[in-house]
Design a protein around this ligand. Structure first.
Ligand SMILES: Nc1ncnc2c1ncn2[C@@H]1O[C@H](COP(=O)(O)OP(=O)(O)OP(=O)(O)O)[C@@H](O)[C@H]1O
Length: 248
């Protein structure tokens, strides 16, 4: 399916609505006229080769890079240019690395995702319970095995019950069993009405967990559709999977 034929899912207006987004770094066009939408309850995967522009798109949504063109709205309103105000707008993000405060406990790390809340302790406890982290709550986060630390990063993103969750390579470094658990968590989160956009290199995970997939290459959307549609797109095979396609 071509980028121009992006299907519009039923189920309401887009929660995240990116339109005509372009980002330039000097002479380099990192994103070129990119549009994508994520509705509440929907999981959208953003894939593409290294350097395709995935992280730049996340950074633009978070106000960390300034677009040269285009608009980004959440629930119909532009996002604040100040990244520190994203949480108040219901936007949460996990990072490619864990981005945890290694000197702090699990609970303190989760609380860090909820600064300014009226009852952060109760919300943090709820999130710790939900992700089976309560038994580790008062341990230094660095003492936990890597998959558990990934869960802490997710708990920190979810503690404020965001309306939009941006997941940056959530499956990275996880084994098959933990990836399956992560998939359930992501689907459960979307089931609560959260709009989820995830960047991921683990294609099987993306194809199993996402409602729709958007493929970037050299900063442009080259394909978009359901996992099956995208998996069967020759342009994706050629650009992303490195398979040379001779017939179109
Ligand atoms: N701050 C920056 N200054 C200059 N160029 C940048 C900057 N950030 C990203 N780029 C360039 O923009 C392009 C897109 O990079 P980006 O990190 O968004 O790609 P990506 O798809 O996330 O790649 P990866 O899968 O390797 O994380 C690349 O060519 C990259 O080198």
């Amino acid at each position: 399916m071509s980028a121009q034929m992006t299907p519009v899912r039923t189920g309401g207006e887009p929660h995240l609505d990116v339109r005509g987004l372009s980002v330039r770094f000097g002479g380099l066009s990192a994103l070129d006229d990119v549009s994508l939408q994520v509705r509440k309850g929907e999981v959208v995967g953003l894939i593409g080769p290294n350097g395709a522009g995935k992280t730049t798109l996340f950074n633009a949504v978070c106000g960390l890079v300034r677009p040269s063109a285009g608009t980004i709205t959440v629930d119909g309103d532009p996002l604040p240019g100040d990244p520190t105000r994203l949480s108040a707008r219901g936007v949460a993000r996990t990072l490619q690395g864990l981005g945890l405060f290694r000197g702090l406990t699990v609970r303190e790390n989760v609380l860090a995702g909820h600064l300014g809340a009226t009852d952060p302790g109760a919300d943090a406890q709820r999130q710790l319970d939900a992700l089976d982290l309560a038994a580790h709550a008062d341990r230094p986060v660095g003492d936990l095995p890597y998959p558990e630390q990934k869960k802490v990063a997710l708990a920190r993103a979810l503690v404020a019950q965001p309306g939009l969750l941006l997941l940056d390579e959530p499956a990275g470094g996880l084994g098959a069993e933990d990836i399956a658990t992560l998939g359930e968590l992501v689907r459960h989160t979307a089931g609560t009405g959260c709009a989820v956009l995830l960047v991921e290199h683990h294609v099987d995970f993306v194809m199993s967990v996402c409602d729709r997939v958007v493929v970037l290459d050299f900063g442009r959307v080259i394909a978009s559709g359901t996992p099956d549609e995208v998996a069967g797109d020759p342009a994706v095979d050629e650009a992303y999977l490195g398979i040379e396609v001779t017939t179109r």
